[in-house]
Design a protein around this ligand. Structure first.
Ligand code: FES
Length: 103
């Protein structure tokens, strides 16, 4: 399923938008300026990564501070050990689209 998110100019560096799909997806703009989409719920417990802190192209979970690479979804420090699922982002005519993949 492909979803239009917003215009690229409307998502600041370090900003995030939570997509209200099941399970929710976080669209996050890293400090490189690139846009990434990952599952919003931390794999450690019930925290929303769209409310996390962006550093580089990674996001820090707001609850127990695990870091996830926005590109690969891999955690780089505990307590999370399981990666978050990533989704493909496309920029078309200045707008951000996310291809939400499940399964
Ligand atoms: S809920 Fe994210 S690290 Fe614990």
């Amino acid at each position: 399923m492909r979803m239009k998110v917003c215009a690229l100019d409307d998502l600041d560096i370090g900003g995030a938008i939570k997509l209200d799909v099941q399970p929710p997806v976080a669209v996050i703009r890293g400090e490189s300026g690139d846009v990434f989409a990952i599952d919003d719920t931390c794999t450690h417990a019930d925290a929303s990564l769209s409310e996390g802190f962006v550093e580089g192209d990674a996001v820090e979970c707001p609850l127990h501070m695990a870091f996830f690479c926005l590109k690969s979804g891999q955690p780089s420090c505990p307590p999370a050990t399981v990666p978050v699922k990533t989704h493909r982002v496309e920029l078309i005519d200045g707008d951000i689209y996310v291809e939400i993949s499940r399964g």
